[in-house]
Design a protein around this ligand. Structure first.
Ligand SMILES: [Zn+2]
Length: 710
């Protein structure tokens, strides 16, 4: 410990009146050294500041505390300083101070913390109440001492101003450099800085190839998703450079996702353009950071053709435009989107029961009408994996519409009640919050009162100030109390008349409007959104539709899984029966002609053809003409030739000439024959066949005779 520091601490321990700041009472109590490192980064990087904090301990010892009395609270290492709520160390410190255990609190830059953090300000109040001293690197403060409080405040303001100028200077320098296009910003993978800090293509040929292939594939397919599909199909990997962490700068090869493709296509650096300020980062009240991408005209700097690139500036602009067009054509997945045109009733409300993602609506056109399909394809789009669920929407829509229309009356009451409950719960929350404000104001007023009573009445200036503060606090308390009572009154009125009326009106009006034939599908969709929170669809053997109403009521519907279109084309039973009868005598083509003649129509509403009859025959397991003839002991050509000891050709010739009776078993000129009786024809050389005819041709035996063939 140097002599100057000793001098300094000697000076600081003196009150203006010459009394010592550190009293034996202080020394009897403990000393708490609070060490705060907000991020893990600081923990690793700023070992030096930790050193500074530990040096404070020695100051405390120099002021008279024993080494055993100094307690270190450093369990907040690595936690964010945004809020005291989740910092156990800070809470411990507050507790020790408020119990009067602490004689002194040691910490770095207390003035800055007290300026920026409400928690620290409260701690200082507590220190004043419990007569606890504060010690930082610059000095020792007594919170009950007006000058010390002033000093703490001033130093806080100064450090804030300093920080502001520092930041402004830094930012100004950065901006000037950026405007000239000389700022070295992090480059996307595939671009690197050379020794002269100029941007070059990555010398790694494999990286270059991968990036070129991405642009080529997009050029060829015109779609980001198709690019992902291509890389997936060919099992191609894409490079990525680690931006932070212990592996910072390392090249990592992984599968290509949609977001990566979009990043690459949207990044102007690949077209050799320098840009700066494409996004803006904001800190939200809860301390979290949010980055927002800006439209191009809000970028701070954009200088095309500044350095080497993979594509031309023109191609970059084409790509961006193409992506925009695609997005408009297909629509992006939106959460709770407002009802858009298109008849799908549940648009924007459907959730996949398999993976929990939002499902999208696709339409297909059939006979001039639009039919919705609900598709879970998020994974499919992002990573080209197979579609999760794909459900025809019409049956689902009508089931939900039916549920709304039928069970609305009992439901509407329940929904109305749920809405009312929710409003009341929200009001209860607000009431609790307001009550807390009253308590807080009471506390402030008490504190101000105590401060006033403590002050030496001879010190007029201070007494006057404190009295004014006390009065202000009392006024604030009164106002808060009045506001609280007034709001409670308003709440009661709100739920009593207006809201209850609105709720009941909704409940009674709903069925009337819903069932009105003049209500358009657009309006129904809006009405549905008033009632339904979301609808979860799960398809197994059946489709289960889980409807969650606003306010928490649920209802599950089960409908049979939709059939394919052709499955719905049912053949009329009488047609099947007629075919069964006709098969005893006729071939498929003949039957088709007969059915058409009778004016019967197929399941699709068209006329019959031979193949339609064959299909129906197979589907309904009717015995074919061949099977029936075989069952009636008819012989094939080979069997007949064998039985008659003639060639197959002769059998055919004899049938045509009417010597044998044959029955057509199909439409390809195949015949089956009655077994030869005792007077079977024989080879009889020299006699003309025409003179030997025994049977007439079987009616309708050839295609030429069918008149209804289309
Ligand atoms: Zn899914």
């Amino acid at each position: 410990m140097g002599s100057s520091t000793n001098m300094n601490s000697q000076l600081q321990t003196l009150r203006p009146e010459g009394r010592l700041k550190v009293t034996p009472a202080h020394l009897r109590r403990e000393a708490f050294l609070y060490i705060r490192q907000s991020t893990l980064h600081q923990v690793v990087q700023n070992a030096e500041s930790t050193q500074r904090q530990y040096a404070l301990r020695e100051r405390a010892v120099a002021l008279g505390w024993s080494v055993e009395q100094v307690h270190v609270i450093d369990c907040d290492l690595g936690y964010s300083g945004a809020s005291a709520v989740d910092r156990a160390g800070f809470q411990e410190l507050v507790e020790e101070v408020s119990r009067g255990h602490a004689g002194v609190v040691l910490g770095l830059e207390v003035s800055r913390l007290a300026r920026n953090s409400a928690d620290w300000q409260r701690l200082l109040e507590l220190c004043a109440l419990t007569d606890t001293l504060i010690l930082d690197e610059d000095g020792l403060y007594d919170c009950n001492d007006f000058n010390d409080r002033l000093l703490l405040g001033l130093k806080g303001t100064l450090s804030e101003a300093e920080l502001h100028f520092l930041r402004a200077r830094l930012r100004g320098g950065i901006l000037n450099k950026a405007r000239r296009g000389e700022l070295a910003t992090p480059l996307p993978v595939g671009l690197v800085y050379d020794e002269a800090r100029r941007v070059r293509l990555d010398p790694d040929q494999q990286v270059q190839q991968a990036i070129r292939l991405l642009f080529e594939t997009f050029r060829r397919t015109g779609a980001a998703h198709a690019t992902v599909m291509y890389f997936r199909k060919e099992h191609l990997l894409f490079p990525r450079r680690e931006r932070s962490g212990p592996r910072k700068g390392e090249l990592i090869w992984g599968t290509l996702g949609l977001s990566r493709v979009l990043q690459v296509l949207h990044n102007p650096r690949y077209a050799g353009a320098f840009c700066f300020g494409r996004s803006r980062t904001r800190t939200w009240p809860d301390g979290s950071c949010h980055t927002q991408t800006l439209p191009r005209d809000e970028w701070l700097v954009l200088i095309p053709n500044r350095h080497a690139g993979y594509i031309s500036w023109e191609e970059y602009e084409d790509n961006v435009k193409r992506l925009q067009d695609n997005a408009q054509a297909h629509g992006k997945e939106r959460r709770k989107s407002p009802p858009r045109e298109g008849p799908a009733l549940l648009q924007g409300l459907v959730i996949c029961g398999v993976c929990g993602r939002r499902m999208t609506v696709r339409y297909h056109v059939r006979q001039g009408n639009l039919y919705p399909d609900y598709v879970c394809q998020r994974e499919h789009v992002a990573h080209a994996s197979p579609r999760c669920q794909h459900l025809p929407g019409q049956a689902i829509d009508s089931a939900v519409a039916g549920l709304i229309a039928e069970t609305l009356t009992p439901f509407s009451l329940e929904v109305a009640l749920a809405v009312q409950q929710e409003i009341e719960a929200r009001q209860e929350d607000a009431r609790t919050l307001r009550a807390q404000q009253v308590v807080r104001a009471q506390y402030e007023a008490d504190l101000a009162g105590q401060r006033y009573r403590r002050v030496d009445p001879n010190n007029r200036l201070v007494a006057g100030t404190l009295e004014a503060e006390w009065n202000t606090a009392l006024r604030a308390l009164q106002e808060t109390q009045q506001e609280y009572e007034r709001q409670c009154q308003v709440d009661r009125l709100l739920i009593d008349d207006q809201v209850r009326e609105q709720i009941m009106a909704l409940a009674t009006d709903f069925p009337r409007v819903w069932n009105d034939p003049h209500t358009t599908s657009h309006d129904r969709k809006r009405l549905l959104r008033l009632l339904v929170e979301d609808v979860t669809l799960t398809k197994s053997e059946a489709v289960s539709i889980h409807v969650r109403f606003r306010g928490g009521a649920t209802e599950t519907l089960v409908i049979p899984a939709a059939q394919r279109v052709w499955q719905t084309w049912q053949t009329a039973p009488e047609v099947v029966q007629a075919i069964d009868v006709l098969l005893d005598q006729y071939t498929d083509r003949q039957i088709a002609a007969i059915l058409n003649e009778r004016g019967l129509r197929s399941g699709k509403g068209g006329i019959f053809y031979a193949y339609t009859v064959a299909k129906i025959r197979r589907k309904h397991h009717l015995k074919s003409r061949y099977e029936r003839l075989r069952e009636a002991k008819m012989l094939t050509v080979e069997e007949m030739a064998h039985a008659l000891h003639v060639s197959e050709g002769t059998v055919k010739t004899w049938r045509k000439a009417g010597l044998l009776r044959g029955y057509a078993c199909n439409d390809r000129n195949c015949y089956l024959f009655e077994p030869p009786g005792p007077d079977a024809p024989r080879k009889s050389q020299g006699r003309p066949l025409a003179g030997r005819r025994r049977f007439a041709e079987v009616a309708l035996e050839s295609a030429k005779e069918v008149q209804y063939e289309a």
